[in-house]
Design a protein. Structure first.
Lengths: 112, 111
């Protein structure tokens, strides 16, 4: 059974803070993805990675960066959190050359 | 990038009736079209998908149809049940394994 976990279910941070969101998968997936989910906007891709040390920008990368030092872990970093980054953040992973993505439970981030 | 539009944004149906959700996509190179279901407070999960070389696919009470010429695809749920209440997302992908999602449809099945 594929397991994708995220470090926190709920997080409250202040404007300007540096925020780390962690995602870990236990299925040796090579592909990993970070999305944000907002009402009426669906899931929007922030960054993705097809392998360790590799990262690619998605559709809305501004204000975010990522790190993938190990295959099983993909971190999303908000260098200086802003209120417009208040959202639900979902991590996903998939096997190489596979379209099916397995999602984590999500982190609801509130920036005040 | 790919633009996926999804309609309606909300759908309320009587238990036992059918539900239809429609999506359009912009990039003719897209060749894979999944549907994800997200129950309240849960993570999205794949429920059915279709590739561009197939026009229709069924799995029990759910079916997906694809019209490549018109660049639209639809999800059909028959004999709806309370457990079908959820948010449904369509998506499209080219051969790069990235998914572009629609905005979602909140389906409510009334008992």
């Amino acid at each position: 059974d594929v397991k994708v976990t995220q470090s926190s279910r709920y997080l409250v941070k202040r404007t300007g803070e540096k925020v780390f969101l962690e995602c870990v998968q236990d299925m040796d997936h090579e592909n990993m993805f970070w999305y944000r989910q907002d009402p009426g906007l669906g899931l929007r891709l922030i960054y993705f990675s097809y392998d360790v040390k590799m990262k690619e920008k998605g559709d809305i990368p501004e204000g975010y960066s990522v790190s993938r030092e190990k295959k099983e872990r993909f971190s999303l970093i908000l260098e200086s959190a802003s209120t417009n980054q208040t959202s639900m953040y979902l991590c996903a992973s998939s096997y190489p050359r596979s379209y099916e993505q397995y999602f984590g439970p999500g982190t609801r981030l509130t920036v005040t | 990038g790919e633009n996926v539009e999804q309609h309606p944004s909300t759908l309320s149906v009587q238990e036992g009736d059918s539900a239809v959700i429609k999506c359009t996509y912009s990039d003719s190179a897209s060749n894979y079209f999944p549907w994800y279901k997200q129950e309240l407070g849960k993570r999205p999960q794949l429920i059915i998908d279709i590739r561009s070389n197939v026009g229709e696919k069924k799995d029990q009470r759910i079916a997906v149809t694809l019209n490549k010429t018109a660049k639209h695809f639809s999800l059909h749920i028959t004999e709806t049940q309370p457990e079908d209440s959820a948010v449904y997302f369509c998506a499209a992908s080219k051969s790069d394994y990235k998914l572009s999602f629609g905005a979602g449809t909140t389906v409510t099945v009334r008992a």
